[in-house]
Design a binder for this molecule. Structure first.
Ligand code: C2E
Ligand code: CA
Ligand code: CA
Ligand code: CA
Length: 277
């Protein structure tokens, strides 16, 4: 079944046939959600691990459903990708982030906001043009936005991804490889892609203080990134010990529950003002 009632929550299975009645219902629900302000922008801080200074935040979507409460992205992102609805969602996120970045800058915090792109977005030839219009309307410098792309999204159609990403990078947007180390990528693409940043997947970071193998992977990734002239971010920083280990390994930035959980965008400015590393 496409929907499964589980203790008050509904799970949408990504495998669902996009022409089925249930999936048409979900699609119209998602459209309704965008038009009726049910989507929420959440922000999770990214900090400099040496100084503790806030550098920016990752934008994460939530769906505030009137009956089901806060629906996490993994419940609807895969479906949105399958049906192509993701381009509407990505555009909404980019718009919200441009607005939020402009507001933060006006309050004295010119921070970088990272938005997740999916495979579909990379195949969308109109994305660079839409991005240009967006940046012009919101009057935010293009380097305030960071685009997070996974290795698998790039490897889907490397030629085309390279083209789209090249145009976006030429416009001044920063590019980050998300979940680094978990996909089947070719290191050769790191050389050819105009990438600025690597994000070490949380699966390696979360246990690095107890698992020697994970610690070695983290260390090698940091060295690889630095040797290629890239900045490196660790996600999944869950305790003081991993922060210390990471800063000892010269990891540039960190993100994780130890610093802060993702929060509604409206709370972010307050958090930044009161943050003390
Ligand atoms: P991601 O891009 O890898 O995002 C990081 C995820 O790790 C977020 O989950 C975040 O809440 C979680 N996280 C952060 N710090 C910690 C930590 O210290 N420990 C643990 N265990 N988890 C941590 P979230 O918000 O549920 O998002 C899940 C995934 O959904 C994201 O993974 C991303 O792939 C996707 N996603 C979320 N928002 C969007 C969006 O606007 N567009 C697209 N295309 N995908 C999105
Ligand atoms: Ca991400
Ligand atoms: Ca990630
Ligand atoms: Ca992930």
């Amino acid at each position: 079944a496409a929907k499964q009632q589980q203790a008050g929550t509904v799970v949408y299975h990504p495998g669902l046939d996009s022409t089925s009645e249930e999936s048409l219902t979900l699609l119209s629900e998602l459209r309704y959600a965008v038009d009726h302000n049910q989507l929420r922008l959440f922000l999770q801080p990214k900090v400099n691990l040496r100084t503790g200074q806030v550098i920016g935040a990752e934008a994460l979507v939530r769906w505030e459903h009137p009956e089901r409460g806060l629906v996490p992205p993994m419940r609807f992102i895969p479906f949105a990708e399958q049906t192509g609805f993701i381009s509407t969602l990505t555009h909404w996120m980019l718009e919200q982030c441009a607005q939020a970045a402009a507001h933060l800058a006006a309050e004295g915090f010119p921070l970088k906001l990272s938005v997740n792109l999916s495979t579909r977005d990379l195949m969308d030839q109109d994305l660079p043009t839409r991005m240009e219009q967006l940046l012009a309307t919101q009057r935010v410098p293009s380097n305030t936005l960071v685009l997070e792309i996974t290795e698998s999204a790039i490897m889907d159609d490397p030629q085309r991804a390279l083209q789209t990403l090249g145009r976006l990078h030429a416009m001044g947007l920063r590019l980050s490889i998300d979940d680094f180390g978990t996909g089947y990528s070719s290191l050769a693409y790191l050389k050819r892609l105009p990438v600025d940043e690597l994000k070490i997947d949380k699966s390696f970071v979360m246990n690095m203080e107890s698992d020697l193998q994970d610690a070695k992977i983290v260390r090698s990734t940091i060295d690889l990134a630095h040797n290629l002239g890239l900045s490196v971010v660790a996600e999944g920083v869950e305790n003081a010990k991993s922060w210390k280990l990471l800063s000892g390994l010269s990891c540039d930035e960190g993100q994780g529950y130890f610093i802060a959980r993702p929060m509604p965008a409206a709370q972010f400015l307050h958090w930044v003002r009161h943050w003390q590393p």
